[in-house]
Design a protein around this ligand. Structure first.
Ligand SMILES: Nc1nc2c(ncn2[C@@H]2O[C@H](COP(=O)(O)OP(=O)(O)OP(=O)(O)O)[C@@H](O)[C@H]2O)c(=O)[nH]1
Ligand SMILES: [Mg+2]
Length: 223
């Protein structure tokens, strides 16, 4: 899989040309490194300053998976929202989840179960990757077995946004999983939503035709 850096002016055109588009959400406590990981992947850079995400940041990216162009939306939110439930729209139609904890702060690992429970309420089936971030700060952590991932049969990646270890692999795999989920999923909610969208589109078309017809009848005949 090859990734191209997103160029805003090209994205609209690419949207029309793209073979597919997927949404990937990031979850995890505040300051575990969610934003830094996305930035490392998209910009291949790391600015160490701490700026907590306010509400929501949406990153757009174009990737190539098996020769097909895929538009990827990365949704990154503020981890401190753990104390309230995340708004349902954050999960809406997500195709994969990257769930991050900080190997230096045990509490962020413990809180994974809260994040995971909420994720599964909204998206019972989507692929989810568990991410142990900041391994540059304590490389010994890569020897530890983190049972949470094993318990739920989730893949676990040891990464560092600071030095880039495994970041491209993490995001490339997440994109692949999202695409394959979208292509193969028989998620009932998705099907229902799709049906509803089709119905409202048909209704809009009918309304438009009605209005056009009425317009013709109501307008005075040409003299
Ligand atoms: N040593 C080290 N520090 C990191 C790494 N990734 C992030 N940080 C630091 O951790 C802090 C938080 O990073 P963010 O990416 O802002 O964390 P976040 O999860 O987006 O936080 P919220 O937006 O508050 O939810 C920053 O000071 C980063 O410099 C890493 O891989 N290694
Ligand atoms: Mg952030």
């Amino acid at each position: 899989m090859a990734g191209d850096r997103a160029k805003p002016c090209e994205l609209d055109q690419e949207k029309y040309d793209a073979d597919d588009n997927v949404k990937i959400i990031c979850l995890g406590d505040s300051a575990v490194g969610k934003s830094k990981l996305v930035e490392r992947f998209l910009m291949d850079g790391f600015q160490p300053q701490q700026l907590s995400t306010y509400a929501l940041t949406l990153y757009k990216h174009t990737a190539t998976v098996d020769g097909k162009t895929v538009l990827v939306d990365f949704w990154d939110t503020a981890g401190q929202e753990r104390f309230q439930s995340m708004h349902a729209s954050y999960y809406h139609k997500a195709h994969a989840c990257i769930m991050v904890f900080d190997v230096q702060r045990k509490i962020t690992y413990k809180n994974l179960s809260t994040w995971y429970t909420e994720l599964r309420e909204f998206r019972p089936e989507i692929p989810c990757i568990v991410v142990a971030n900041k391994i540059d700060a304590d490389i010994k952590m890569t020897q530890k077995s983190f049972n949470f991932a094993r318990k739920f049969s989730l893949p676990l990646y040891f990464v560092s946004a600071a030095d880039g270890t495994n970041v491209v692999k993490l995001f490339s795999d997440a994109i692949r999983l999202a695409v394959s989920y979208k292509q193969n999923s028989r998620d009932f909610m998705d099907e229902v939503l799709q049906e509803l969208e089709n119905i409202s589109l048909e209704q809009e078309e009918e309304d438009m035709l009605d209005r056009e017809q009425r317009g013709r009848i109501e307008s005075p005949p040409p003299s």
